[in-house]
Design a protein around this ligand. Structure first.
Ligand SMILES: Nc1ncnc2c1ncn2[C@@H]1O[C@H](COP(=O)(O)OP(=O)(O)O)[C@@H](O)[C@H]1O
Ligand SMILES: [Mg+2]
Length: 489
């Protein structure tokens, strides 16, 4: 190895040489003439007299040729035309290890003529500060490398978390990976699960049907235990619901006449006693000959048959289990039922959390655009916005998962400081990500539609810079396979 570190020709013999820096050079970027195979997103290193090894990342590889359009036409006619070509890579400087475990940016450019090498795992780890501490959340490996990427759980739950990708981009899979890490680290978690995808955390990866290491730490409740026989029933106390809330579960939610008729009926039921069930309201309605009520009776009858209301509701301390993951499986429930019960649950949990009655809690919101849409309102919109704004102070965090970043309440999305962005193609969704994510560079935005399934841009959560990560394999079974293709017989 050449030990005169102060001149551009610094040479390292034991690492792969890729090319030579040329042309105008900035303190953030440089170009190099490529002499070996190099790809976009690859990490490179170049030596700087003042800072030692600088880590860079290839943004683009271009082939410059002097083949003219005239020449191209001749080629098309079968003539042989001589032309030269030159491969050029454009790289951004990530930084150098500051010697204190951090990352620093050079203030001077690298010298033209410097030799560029494929970055070694050692250089990458030391500059990016990729640690393998036991208290980290192991989410995967650096894209294209075997280097483990860990995130800091403490930093992740300082604020909220989001996962954004188009359908099939790998959101639920990654959410499952994060939930495994939460289970490993005994973070109390509650999942609002519209498709019943997360009960599979109880089973080991693969189709053997074997229980996973977390089987006893995962508790599942469902609104419909006929469809979801493995779950315990989730129950709400009917007498806690107002006439307008009950009406919101029906097709007559906006009908003022139905509301006043139901309010009168409910008043009569309440006079008879506090512990009533939904059937008592239906029976009371039969006394009335208001034609509006016969339709409503039918709909409330259907709700009564779902068995979600009962005299004694499920308690919040049954739902926030210290160190465990509790799933609220809404499969089979209407969007109205999901919205109202999500609101009820989240409101109760927030109040209990403020009083310290339940442990600090991470709430996972699958299909968040349905629970807190940007346009229009659902029953759960307001409480989710409140938790996004204030929950952190009280140890209540949310993990927002959505395929439509543009359709999620921006006030919620912008509160997420740890973000995972997987493949997105919709222009509005990419714009929504660009405006809600701090430190999003133009290069990263360009990368988003090109990401492969299972590759995520991870931002925050203790990482010094955004990283491209190959999400690790699940330890438990992924339950989301069939969602979205159910029409295919
Ligand atoms: N990190 C990964 N490793 C391996 N396979 C993955 C990974 N991420 C996603 N997949 C595959 O891609 C499919 C779609 O992922 P999924 O998380 O269900 O998508 P989404 O929830 O975004 O619609 C999964 O069924 C799984 O087979
Ligand atoms: Mg999914």
């Amino acid at each position: 190895m050449n030990d005169s570190a102060n001149f551009a020709g610094y040479q390292a013999d034991d690492i792969e040489f890729l090319g030579i820096v040329f042309g105008p050079v900035g303190s953030y970027e440089f170009r190099f003439a490529v002499t070996a195979s190099v790809e976009r997103n690859e990490y490179v290193q170049v030596h700087h007299g003042a800072y030692g090894w600088l880590l860079g990342r290839v943004d683009e590889v271009r082939l410059e040729t002097d083949l003219t359009s005239e020449g191209a036409k001749k080629v098309a006619m079968g003539e042989s035309v001589a032309f030269s070509e030159e491969e050029i890579a454009q790289a951004t400087i990530v930084g150098y290890a500051d010697g204190k475990g951090g990352i620093a940016s050079p203030k001077q450019p690298v010298a033209a003529g410097s030799r560029v090498y494929r970055a070694t795992d050692e250089t990458i780890s030391s500059v990016l500060g990729l640690s393998s501490e036991a208290n980290g959340a192991r989410i995967g490996t650096l894209h294209g490398r075997a280097l483990p990427v860990q995130m800091d759980i403490e930093a992740m739950v300082q604020k909220h978390i989001s996962i954004v990708a188009k359908t099939g981009g790998g959101k639920s899979y990654l959410a499952g990976v994060l939930m495994e890490e939460m289970l490993k680290h005994s973070v109390t978690t509650l999942v609002l699960d519209p498709h019943g995808e997360y009960g599979s955390l109880r089973y080991a990866e693969g189709g053997s049907g074997q229980k996973s290491a977390f089987a006893t730490e995962v508790i599942e409740f469902a609104t419909d235990v006929e469809v979801n026989a493995q779950a315990q029933p989730l129950r709400f106390t009917c007498s806690n619901f107002s006439a307008s809330e009950l009406l919101s579960l029906t097709s007559m939610a906006e009908n003022k006449g139905a509301l006043s008729a139901l309010t009168v009926c409910l008043g009569r039921v309440k006079e008879k006693g506090q512990d009533y069930v939904i059937q008592d309201i239906i029976t009371e309605m039969e006394e009335d000959d208001n034609p509006l009520l016969s339709q409503l009776r039918k709909e409330l009858g259907a709700i009564s048959a779902m068995n979600i209301f009962s005299e004694h509701g499920t308690r919040t301390d049954q739902i926030a289990n210290p160190g465990k993951t509790t799933i609220i499986n809404f499969k089979g429930a209407t969007p109205e039922v999901q919205g109202l019960f999500a609101r009820r649950l989240l409101t109760a949990l927030f109040e209990q959390r403020k009083r310290g009655k339940i442990p600090p809690l991470l709430v996972v919101l699958e299909e968040a655009h349905n629970f807190c849409p940007q346009q229009g309102k659902t029953e759960s919109s307001r409480i989710i916005r409140t938790i996004a704004a204030e929950g952190r102070k009280f140890g209540l965090w949310i993990l927002v998962i959505t395929q439509r970043a543009a359709k999620v309440d921006k006030n919620v999305l912008s509160q997420c400081n740890t973000q995972f962005i997987l493949k997105l193609t919709n222009v509005n969704d990419i714009k929504a990500v660009a405006s809600s994510v701090e430190g999003m560079t133009a290069e990263m935005l360009q990368e988003i539609p090109r990401l492969q399934t299972g590759v995520a841009i991870a931002i925050g959560g203790g990482l010094p810079v955004p990283l491209l990560v190959d999400v690790r394999k699940r330890l438990t079974r992924h339950g989301g396979e069939s969602v979205g293709t159910s029409w295919r017989k």
